[in-house]
Each structure stands twice: as C-alpha cells, then as structure tokens.
Design a binder for this molecule. Structure first.
Ligand code: 3PG
Ligand code: MG
Length: 401
C-alpha cells in the first residue's frame, strides 16, 4: 500500500480549520510518569506540521482499558507536559472528550494551537463505535487525521467511525508505517526473510500461516521453535513447548514446503537447568538437549546459519525474540542477529522492518532499534498486519480516499 491508496495531510486544507487527530498515547507509565516516550515523539511531527499550517489541532487518544468508566489513573492529563515538550508548543487539556468541556476548549482554540481531549475510552461508546458518539466527536472538528497505526486494528469510533464521517487523511506516522509495511510484505524486493520468535506457537499460528505463503525464508526461534523441534521428533527436555500442537506445527512446515518457503530452525541451542540471570548454561547440538534442562536461546552455529541465509536477502521482517532475551546471557542470539541486520541495513543491502511489543524492547536492549530501516510503534496491530488481516482503521482511510 502506497500513499496513492490513501490521502495524506498534503492534500488537506487545514489552515484555520479544526483538525481532529487520532494519535496513540497509550504509553507505558509508572507512578504517573511516562517511562517510554517513543509513541509521543513519533506522534509529534504530524501535530507540529498541522500547527505550523495554522490548524486548530485537537488531539484524541485512548489510554489503557478503562472499559467505559472514568478511571482517574487512566487520565491523559499527565501526558499534557510530555506532549507539549515533544511538539515544542503549549497544549491545552479538556476534562472530557465530548460535551461542554470539549466544546468550550475547542471554541477557545486559535489557529496553530493544540488541545488534548481526555481519554476516549472513558465512554463505552468509543469501543462500540457508537454512531451517536461518532456524531458528538465529529461535531468538534472539520476534518479528521488518523496517525495511530498502532490502534488501527480496533474498529472504534475514533479509529474507524470518524473516517466515515469527516474528510479523512493519514498523518505522517500512519503514512510512514504503511509505506514501510508495504515495502516489507506488500510488494517486497526478494528474497524476503521473516524472523519470528516469542514464547508460543499458539499465539502466532495465523501469522506463521500467512508468512509461509509470502516470504522466501522463515527463521523460527524462541520458545515456539521448541514446539517445531518436538514436532520433528527432537527431545526438548524441560523446555517450554506446546506438545498438543505437533500436528499444527507439521502442517505449517508442509504449507511452507508447498510454497517453497525455507524454514530455518535452530541447529544448536543454549540450555540451562534454571531460568535466572547468570544461570550456568551450555551450548549443545539441537538433538542433545539434556532431559533435565531447558532451551533458553539459539546457539552460535544457529546464528552463523541465520547470518549466511540473510546474506542474499533484500528484505527482512522481524517479530519476536530468538531466546529468553530479558535475562542475560539468554539475550545473546537475539542481540547477535539484530546486529547483523543492523549492519546489512547500514550497508544498504537490506530493508529491515520490525514490530511488536517485545520485539522493539529486544532491539532497543540490543542498541540497534535505530539502525533498522523501520521499527513500528505497534504491538497488536503489527501482529494482525503480519497475519494478513485488514486493519479497520486503515481500511477506513482507504475507503475515504
Ligand atoms: C496498543 O498499545 O497496543 C494500542 O494502543 C491498542 O491498545 P488496546 O490493545 O488496548 O486496544
Ligand atoms: Mg494491545
């Protein structure tokens, strides 16, 4: 999907107009303080640009899952300052996203000024995509900009409803996400390699099923690799695995074979008797996992194999860590492969796209997130996109174009 499939803010006349901008300020917070400002910083360019063009910028977001109730701990108010800092301008706040508080605050806005409305999900109608609620939101603006790819898998009032009601366009972050994802799986340069890791096959069945029909090579790591190894008759000792998914795993491998997708599983493994930082571990052949130990990472031979397989690839898409990366030394495989990807990307030999909550954390821990071609801000939306699903928020923008 290129920007010819949806409108961008280039084609929108915003000067002096009220622009409703859906962003994703659902950021990690601890004790009222934001612990990771990535989503705020990535939302800022669209807000700054609209403000510079003289728009009255009305910012919409959800936070957490308050289930339609007013939950004070989930107020967006603590995000006013971090947002103002990222945009470099003052941001006003309205205590509700509809009704008099919102209406009065919008009326007070001058061209170029910004206003953040309270958490949309304090109203149950947001998640229900309720028509009357969409009406009340849309009455606050003249046009709508969706810059929240990471919530585009939700068909909510602010992510889908508004696009059907007002002239709609993608913001710069949405545009960048869609263009990067298009290059990665939509119309990629081949060969394409996918790296999929994480704990369980069961959470990624649709994703794996979709990928084997699209990519040329599929590297599988993490706990989910154990299920595949076991399905092929390899003893995985006390490793995390889903025994009842053997037939499913074999089905995915058969589908891959039919689609000429090469599936690469670990050939050596890092094993330990317990899962804790600095636990004594050893590297063994994949067929030699001791009965009383568990697989916690891929070994150096696996990394060398994955590296050589990446060498001729033009495109890479990555979701999920290869090992138990949150604990040293079991992060080594993920870090080593991520560094290779960063180097190939820097050399101009690889277009690399990564996404999904744990993935971004792993790449950041490896210090290479900034060296991938694109790292998505999305968790669930990235997974649904990898599953080949239509994201309602994106579909609505395309329909509106
Ligand atoms: C996310 O953090 O994944 C998005 O903001 C969506 O949040 P949700 O899963 O609560 O809809
Ligand atoms: Mg989520």
């Amino acid at each position: 999907m290129t920007s010819s499939s949806f409108k961008t803010i280039d084609s929108m006349d915003v000067a002096g107009r009220r622009v409703l901008v859906r962003v994703d300020l659902n950021v990690p917070m601890k004790a009222g303080k934001v612990t990771d400002v990535t989503r705020i910083e990535r939302a800022a360019p669209t807000l700054s640009e609209l403000s510079a063009k003289g728009a009255k910028v009305i910012v919409l977001s959800h936070f957490g899952r308050p289930n339609g109730r007013h939950v004070p701990e989930m107020s967006l108010k603590p995000l006013v300052e971090p947002l103002a800092k990222a945009v470099g301008k003052k941001v006003a706040f309205a205590e509700d996203c509809i009704g008099p508080p919102a209406e009065n605050a919008v009326r007070a806005l001058k061209p170029g000024e910004l206003l953040l409305l309270e958490n949309l999900r304090f109203h149950k109608e947001e998640e229900k995509n309720d028509g009357a609620f969409v009406d009340r939101l849309s009455a606050l603006g003249d046009v709508y900009v969706n810059d929240a790819f990471s919530t585009a898998h939700r068909a909510h009032a602010s992510t889908e409803g508004l696009a059907n009601r007002l002239p709609a366009a993608a913001g710069r972050l949405m545009q960048a996400e869609l263009e990067a994802l298009h290059k990665a799986l939509g119309a990629p340069k081949r060969p394409v390699c996918a790296v999929v890791g994480g704990a369980k096959v069961s959470t990624k069945l649709d994703l794996l099923g979709n990928l084997v029909g699209k990519v040329d090579k599929l590297i599988i790591g993490g706990g989910m690799a154990n299920t595949f190894l076991q399905a092929e008759g390899i003893d995985v000792g006390r490793s995390l695995s889903e025994k009842d998914l053997g037939a499913t795993a074999r089905g995915i491998l058969a589908k891959a074979k039919a689609a000429k997708c090469r599936v690469l599983l670990p050939i050596d493994i890092v094993v330990a008797a317990e899962f804790k930082a600095g636990a004594s571990s050893s590297i063994v052949d994949v067929k030699l996992c001791p009965a009383d130990q568990m697989i916690l990472d891929v070994g150096p031979k696996s990394i060398a194999l994955f590296r050589s397989e990446l060498d001729d690839c033009a495109t890479l898409v990555w979701n999920g860590p290869l090992g138990a990366f949150e604990i040293e030394p079991f992060d080594a495989g993920t870090v080593a492969l991520a560094k290779t990807v960063a180097e190939l990307t820097a050399a101009g030999r690889l277009l690399s796209v990564a996404g999904g909550g744990d993935t971004v954390a792993a790449l950041e821990a490896a210090g290479v997130a900034g060296r991938f071609s694109y790292v998505s801000t999305a968790g669930g939306a990235f997974l649904e996109w990898m599953e080949g699903r239509t994201l309602p928020g994106v579909a609505a923008l395309i329909r509106a174009a």
